[in-house]
Ligand binder design. Structure first.
Ligand SMILES: NC(=O)c1ccc[n+]([C@@H]2O[C@H](COP(=O)([O-])OP(=O)(O)OC[C@H]3O[C@@H](n4cnc5c(N)ncnc54)[C@H](OP(=O)(O)O)[C@@H]3O)[C@@H](O)[C@H]2O)c1
Length: 238
């Protein structure tokens, strides 16, 4: 038997991982940096509706409070630093342009926290959206480089903020690709995604593979423009 045949035989002996075999995350507080924006508000709304305790963060506490009051569902609004301090899981939902500066300033508050980056570094020109190439490889890798004491993961890139925020939409029919270095952390993020009706978190590799996931949003935007849709993704056979 060759080495690769032996490896295949060994792989067959390991039972397939059930994508729904995940920890209970219902007691964890979720903060959203840049939570006053479209994506952050949409995620805050869906997670709070699913019963999660959610804090919206903003550069200005008053803006966060206004957004939180508008959304209701027990959502709180604080400045980004206080939001990070009080949360167990912190979703980064600021524009790519403000990504590095925001995270650098919150290094202390985010130490030890599970950080979920959903930032898509994109450019736009006459031909539509295109992927930018961050020096670190991806937004998620930039976050990991800037936050050495945090547990950085990446997820929620392919969601439509329009669907997330629409109370008429009962279920968000999509998979969420979750990336990170530690399975315990990606499991928590998958579980968080799974709290939202219709949504499922699927492990999609380590952060070095985040660039493709972030970039794919340019393709989804192209599909959305052509078909006047809010395209999502499904990973089949999992
Ligand atoms: N929109 C979507 O459908 C979608 C889907 C998936 C992923 N994403 C990703 O999610 C992130 C947020 O998207 P969005 O559409 O919600 O963006 P957005 O509305 O333009 O910005 C989100 C919030 O970030 C804060 N912000 C703006 N400029 C900033 C800066 N330079 N530094 C720090 N904070 C700043 C603002 O909040 P305050 O002024 O209150 O601080 C703003 O409300 C982006 O990186 C995007 O790639 C978006």
């Amino acid at each position: 038997m060759t080495t690769s045949e032996a490896a295949k035989e060994d792989a067959k002996k390991v039972p397939a991982k059930d994508p729904w075999d995940l920890p209970d995350v219902s007691g964890l507080v979720v903060g959203v940096l840049g939570g006053t924006g479209d994506q952050g508000r949409g995620l805050a709304y869906r997670l709070a509706k699913a019963g999660q305790r959610v804090i919206i963060g903003s550069r200005a506490a008053e803006r966060a409070q206004v957004a939180a009051e508008e959304l209701g569902l027990g959502i709180e609004g604080l400045d980004n630093a206080e939001c990070a301090r009080r949360s167990d899981i912190v979703i980064v939902a600021v524009p790519w342009e403000g990504h590095a500066k925001t995270l650098e300033a919150l290094r202390e508050e985010l130490a030890g926290k599970l950080v979920v980056d959903c930032v898509n570094p994109l450019g736009f020109d006459k031909q539509g959206a295109y992927a930018l190439k961050p020096e670190e490889g991806s937004a998620a890798q930039q976050a990991a480089a800037l936050l050495p004491e945090s547990r950085v993961t990446a997820a929620f890139h392919h969601l439509s903020a329009v669907l997330l925020s629409d109370p008429e939409v009962a279920e968000i029919d999509t998979d969420v690709m979750v990336l990170g270095e530690k399975r315990a952390d990606t499991d928590i993020v998958q579980a968080l995604a799974g709290r939202i009706p219709g949504m499922r978190g699927v492990y999609a590799g380590r952060l070095r593979n985040a660039h493709q996931v972030e970039s794919l949003v340019a393709n989804l935007i192209s599909a959305n423009r052509r078909y006047k849709a809010h395209a999502g993704l499904r990973v089949t056979d999992v």
